[in-house]
Design a protein around this ligand. Structure first.
Ligand code: PLP
Ligand code: ZN
Length: 412
């Protein structure tokens, strides 16, 4: 029996239309192996009553519990995640006439938006009786799983690429997780994890191979809607894409809000990827239905080093159906943008989050974003685990940066 009011009804595969009973632990679609997404009985929610109820709820993502999968309040594993601020950046030189906003998830528990997904997925794992979990991660997902897993009393194993920033490796260990370091990218970490865990009986919490992390990510879209006044609701959202859960989650949120009668117009979603690993942007450009793996991936942004995202069909759908697009940025521009956000706006952004700022000039030049619009950049994580001088040193020779030690006078 649900005492959270969750309206979860089933898990659905959009690739083969299979429907799965959500009352037991399941990963991917048993029929075709693609991602499963949660379906809710939205007809049971009356728009105005819900709006009224929300006024009386706390500022965490659990305020949206009807649209989340957890059934029992006692199973909610929370560290106070969600309801991050939307900060106005005003008008900047890179985007003349655009009203720029930045939603900052850098202050969430464990320092990134990954807290949203892991809070919901770990709560659900606890509810379904799972005892041991594992995840391949670029760092942030591992940190979040380690923290929420510790709070839920689960055993956690995290598979990290060897080059993951040391504070993230140490962070996972500090929360009591077992850390396995793997040479290569997230792809190699994923393969090593699945091979090692095949007969261990532990549960795979990888991006979109588990159906509930994306439900937590969905709250990014729910919050953007709820936190915006009518004339402030962004017409476009610029988001850094690795595994794609953020884009898929936000698009799902906007679809649910539209079905509930809250929303007519879904913001255009723009996917930002580094030049050295841009499988989603390339597939958008080529009109492909899914991505082909990116050969020789490289970037300084660990969360964007995903050469072959698992649920690429859903990512491409979200971008195309929202009438958004894709854009690449150079690593050097990302590092410059980190510095700019810190020095000009007081915002500590991860390289991934800063990539959205770095993408602005191309988006404006291509006519994707126009003067008069309200545009939201999503900072997915804190810059604190990163050293800007170290990032500069790791740029490939053609990318060596000339970021000045003082902010440039000609920039906003
Ligand atoms: C800080 C940060 N931003 C963005 C991403 C990409 O996430 P996704 O595309 O799954 O939303 C990651 C993933 O590791 C990350 O750590
Ligand atoms: Zn299927």
């Amino acid at each position: 029996m649900s005492d959270t009011g969750s309206l979860l009804t089933s898990l659905d595969c959009r690739s083969c239309c299979a429907q799965v009973d959500p009352s037991h632990a399941v990963g991917t679609c048993p029929a075709c192996g693609h991602a499963l997404l949660a379906t809710y009985d939205l007809a049971k929610l009356t728009r105005d009553d819900w709006k009224h109820d929300l006024h009386h709820r706390g500022a965490s993502l659990w305020r949206y519990r009807e649209l989340l999968p957890v059934q029992r309040t006692e199973d909610i594993v929370t560290l106070g995640e969600g309801f991050s601020p939307i900060l106005p950046l005003g008008e900047v030189r890179e985007a003349p006439g655009v009203r720029l906003l930045l939603k900052d998830d850098g202050g969430l528990p464990t320092g990134s938006f990954k807290a949203r997904g892991m809070s919901v997925a770990v709560s659900r794992a606890k509810e379904l009786g799972i005892r041991t979990v594992f995840v391949p991660s670029a760092g942030n997902a591992g940190m979040a799983l380690s923290a929420y897993g510790s709070r839920a009393g689960l055993a956690v194993r995290v598979y990290l690429p060897e080059r993951t920033p040391a504070p993230m490796k140490e962070g996972c260990r500090a929360y009591g997780a077992e850390v396995v370091e793997v040479p290569g990218t997230l792809r190699e970490a994923g393969a090593a994890a699945r091979a090692a865990e095949a007969r261990s009986g532990s549960f795979d919490m990888s991006t979109l191979r588990e159906p509930y992390r994306v439900e937590g990510k969905k709250t990014m879209g729910l919050e953007i809607f709820e936190q915006s006044a009518d004339d402030d609701f962004p017409s476009a959202i610029v988001y850094p894409t690795g595994g794609g859960t953020g884009l898929i989650g936000m698009y799902k949120a906007f679809q649910e809000l539209r079905a509930l009668g809250f929303l007519e117009r879904i913001p255009r979603l723009y996917s930002v990827q580094p030049e050295g690993c841009a499988p989603v942007v390339r597939a958008l450009r080529d009109g492909a239905a899914s991505v082909t793996p990116w050969a020789d991936p490289h970037t300084v942004a660990p969360g964007l080093l995903v050469p072959s995202p698992f649920a690429s069909e859903r990512i491409l759908e979200a971008v195309r159906e929202s009438r958004g697009g894709g854009v690449t940025v150079r690593d050097r521009a990302m590092v410059e943008a980190m510095e700019m956000l810190a020095r000009r706006h007081g915002i500590s952004a991860s390289p991934e989050g800063a990539a959205t700022y770095a993408a602005l000039s191309s988006l404006v030049r291509d006519g994707a974003i126009r003067s008069g619009e309200t545009v939201l950049l999503y900072n997915t994580g804190s810059g604190l685990p990163f050293s800007i001088p170290e990032l500069e040193r790791s740029l490939s020779p053609g990318e060596s940066t000339d970021v000045p030690s003082e902010p440039r006078a000609d920039r906003d």
